[in-house]
Design a protein around this ligand. Structure first.
Ligand SMILES: *Cc1c(COP(=O)(O)O)cnc(C)c1O
Length: 572
C-alpha cells in the first residue's frame, strides 16, 4: 500500500490529532474528538481533499471498560493486533526527548474515499525494536494519566514527530498543518526550527481548531516540565507566546501561531472569541460522516429515493418526501436490533414496546448523566409503563466523579425497577460499534450538559440522521439544530436568547423540572400518536442535510485551507 509520489507532492494539508477514530476496533480514540477526526478524514477522502492524517498508535489503546456487581467501572488495557491492517513505514525518524535520542516510526493506514481517493493516516509509535523498553512504552495508552511527563512526551511525539515524519516521507508541499485541538501544538516548535525562527512564516502554515469552551480544560504543562523534556531546545519566543501565568499553555500557542482559528459550533465560536478577544476566531459547526453513521435500514430508504444521496447529502433537506411507512419500518428494525443485542448482554431485558431513551457519551461530569434521575420518584411515576432507559459511556480512569455517576446510574436503575418497574440498563465498553446501534435503535436521544460546556457534540446528529428525536439542553450544535427545525426534537430549558441571563444557570432543579415536563406533556402524548411521531422523525432526518462532515470539510477547504476548487468537488 505504498503511497505514490504524485499523491505526496499533491498533498497540502496535514491533519494532526491526538485521537482519530478510524475504526471501532482500532483503539486510537476515546470519545467525540476522535470520532470527529475519523469523520473528518472519511469525508476528506470522499471529497478528494489533498490531506494526510497524523495521530499516535497506542499499543494498549484507551481502555476496555466493564462493571463489577456493584456497578463500579473497572478497566483493562487493550491487547490488540494492528499488524494486519497497517503497513509499517520503513525508516524511523529520530527526535530528542531530554538528552535521549528517541526513534519514532509509524504505521500507515489508508482511508479510501468513495471514488477511490487514498488518504493516508500515519500513526506514530515508539514501540520498535531499536528503542529501549521504557521508550517503547511512550506511546502506550491514550490520555495516559500516570504522569504529566508521559503526556508531554506523547504530545512531543505527535507534534514534533509528526512534522518530522512527513518531511522524511517526502511530503514536502504541506501548506497547512491543521491542529485539531492543542495537543499537537508542539508542531509549531518544529516548524519554527524548519523556518529559521520566522514567526510569521510559521503562522502562515497553521490552522487551529479549539474544542474546549472553558479555560480549565486547556492543555497546560508546568514550565519546569517543558524545560526538562526539551532541555534548552524550546525557543524563548515560543515559550513567551505559550506563557499562561508561568505554565505552558498549548491552546495559547495554537491561537498565537495560526493564520486561521475556529470554534466548532456557532455558540462555541462566541465563547472562544470572549475567551481570546485578541484573536480573530471563526466557527465551523461540526458534522458527522453520514454514510458511516447511517443505519442499514435507513440507508436503504435513502438509496431508493435518492440513489446519489451519499455524494449530495444536502438532498436530505427534502426528507418530507420520504414515505412514513418506510421510516417506521426502518426504525422498528433498528430498535429490535438494539434490544435483541441488549438482551444478550444483560440480565435485565429491555422491552420492545416501551419508549426507549438513550444516553451515551464520555462520563465527563459536565455532561450531567444523572440529571434525569434528579427527582427519582417523579421520574419513576412518569416512566412507569411508558419509558425505559439505556446508558453507555466510559469515565476516564482518573475521573472519580465520572465514575460515581456511573455507579449512581446503576443505583437509580435498581431503585426504579424495584419501585416502579422502570428499566434502566447500562451497557459496557461504549465504542463506535455500540454507538451505531444506540443512536439508531432508541426512540429518544437524551443530552443534558451544563450550558456552554458542550462545544458542539455530535452524537445527537447521528441520532437525527437515523430518525431518532433529540431531547437536549440547548447547547452546542443543538442550539442551531433545534432552531433550524423545532419538530426534530425538544429543547430542555432556556436557549441563549436572553442577554441578561444568557442561560448559564445550570440549576439541576430547574433543568430536571423542564425535562420532566417535556416527557409528560410532549414526549409521551406525541408517541401515542404514530403519525405525528413519524412526521417528527422525518424532520429529524432533514437536519442531516446540514450537520454532516461533507458540508463541514467544504467550509474548512475554503475558509481554513484556502484550497482552490481545481477539482470539481463532488457537490456544491
Ligand atoms: C459520537 C460519539 C461520541 C460523541 O458523543 P457526544 O455526545 O457528542 O459527546 C463519543 N463516543 C463515541 C463512541 C461516539 O460514537
Amino acid at each position: 500500500m505504498n503511497v505514490d509520489e504524485d499523491l505526496k507532492k499533491n498533498t497540502t494539508v496535514a491533519y494532526i490529532s491526538m485521537e482519530i477514530g478510524v475504526d471501532s476496533n482500532i483503539p486510537t480514540y476515546s470519545g467525540g474528538l476522535g470520532v470527529l477526526s475519523g469523520d473528518t478524514i472519511r469525508s476528506s477522502a470522499d471529497l478528494e481533499l489533498p490531506m494526510v492524517g497524523i495521530c499516535l498508535c497506542y499499543s494498549s489503546g484507551y481502555f476496555y471498560q466493564f462493571f463489577n456487581e456493584f456497578g463500579e467501572q473497572k478497566e483493562r488495557e487493550i491487547e490488540w493486533n494492528f499488524f494486519y491492517e497497517f503497513d509499517r513505514i520503513p525508516r524511523p525518524i529520530s527526535m530528542k526527548i531530554e538528552n535521549k535520542d528517541v526513534k519514532v516510526s509509524a504505521w500507515q493506514y489508508n482511508v479510501i474515499g468513495q471514488s477511490g481517493h487514498v488518504l493516508p493516516i500515519y500513526l506514530l509509535t515508539t514501540d520498535i525494536e531499536v528503542n529501549e523498553d521504557w521508550v517503547k512504552k511512550m506511546t502506550g495508552s491514550l490520555y495516559d494519566s500516570t504522569s504529566r511527563w508521559n503526556r508531554i512526551v506523547q504530545e512531543m511525539i505527535l507534534g514534533i514527530g509528526g512534522v518530522k515524519l512527513l518531511k522524511s516521507l517526502g511530503y514536502d508541499n504541506i501548506q497547512t498543518y491543521h491542529l485539531n485541538e492543542g495537543h499537537g501544538s508542539f508542531a509549531m516548535v518544529e516548524l519554527y526550527n524548519m523556518l529559521n525562527g520566522d514567526i510569521e512564516k510559521v503562522k502562515e502554515k497553521v490552522v487551529f481548531t479549539t474544542h474546549t469552551p472553558v479555560p480549565a480544560g486547556h492543555d497546560r504543562f508546568k514550565q519546569e516540565l517543558v524545560d526538562k523534556v526539551f532541555e534548552n531546545r524550546m525557543p524563548a519566543e515560543i515559550k513567551k507566546l505559550a506563557d499562561d501565568k508561568g505554565e505552558f499553555n498549548m491552546t495559547f500557542l495554537g491561537m498565537a501561531l495560526s493564520r486561521y482559528r475556529n470554534g466548532v459550533a456557532k455558540k462555541h465560536g462566541d465563547i472562544s472569541r470572549k475567551m481570546f478577544p485578541q484573536y480573530e476566531i471563526d466557527h465551523i459547526t461540526n458534522g458527522i460522516h453520514l454514510p458511516f453513521w447511517v443505519s442499514k435500514p435507513i440507508r436503504k430508504v435513502f438509496g431508493r429515493k435518492w440513489p446519489n444521496w451519499r455524494a449530495n447529502p444536502s438532498i436530505l433537506e427534502n426528507a418530507v418526501v420520504l414515505d412514513p411507512l418506510d421510516i417506521f419500518d426502518a426504525h422498528i428494525k433498528n430498535k429490535f436490533n438494539l434490544i435483541s443485542y441488549q438482551k444478550g448482554h444483560s440480565w435485565n431485558l429491555l422491552d420492545e414496546e416501551m419508549i426507549t431513551i438513550g444516553f451515551a457519551r464520555r462520563f465527563a461530569t459536565y455532561k450531567r448523566a444523572t440529571l434525569i434521575f434528579h427527582d427519582i420518584d417523579r421520574i419513576g411515576k412518569i416512566c412507569k409503563n411508558n419509558i425505559q432507559f439505556i446508558f453507555a459511556g466510559k469515565a476516564h480512569p482518573k475521573d472519580q466523579m465520572g465514575k460515581e455517576y456511573i455507579q449512581k446510574i446503576h443505583e437509580a436503575g435498581e431503585y426504579l425497577y424495584d419501585n416502579y418497574g422502570v428499566k434502566v440498563v447500562m451497557m459496557e465498553n461504549y465504542n463506535m460499534d455500540l454507538a451505531h446501534m444506540l443512536v439508531s435503535g432508541v426512540d429518544i436521544w437524551l443530552n443534558t450538559p451544563e450550558r456552554y460546556r458542550e462545544a458542539s457534540g455530535t452524537s445527537g446528529m447521528k441520532a437525527a440522521l437515523n430518525g431518532v428525536l433529540n431531547l437536549s439542553v440547548q447547547d452546542g450544535w443543538w442550539l442551531e439544530g433545534y432552531k433550524m427545525n423545532h419538530l426534530a426534537g425538544w429543547g430542555i430549558g432556556p436557549d441563549d436568547s436572553n442577554p441578561e441571563d444568557p442561560g448559564v444557570s445550570n440549576d439541576w432543579d430547574l433543568d430536571a423540572n423542564a425535562l420532566y415536563e417535556i416527557l409528560e406533556n410532549e414526549v409521551i402524548p406525541t408517541y401515542m400518536n404514530h403519525d405525528e411521531w413519524i412526521f417528527r422523525q422525518i424532520n429529524a432526518i432533514s437536519l442531516a442535510a446540514y450537520f454532516n462532515t461533507h458540508r463541514m470539510m467544504l467550509q474548512y477547504a475554503e475558509k481554513a485551507y484556502r484550497l482552490k476548487k481545481q477539482k470539481p468537488w463532488k457537490f456544491e
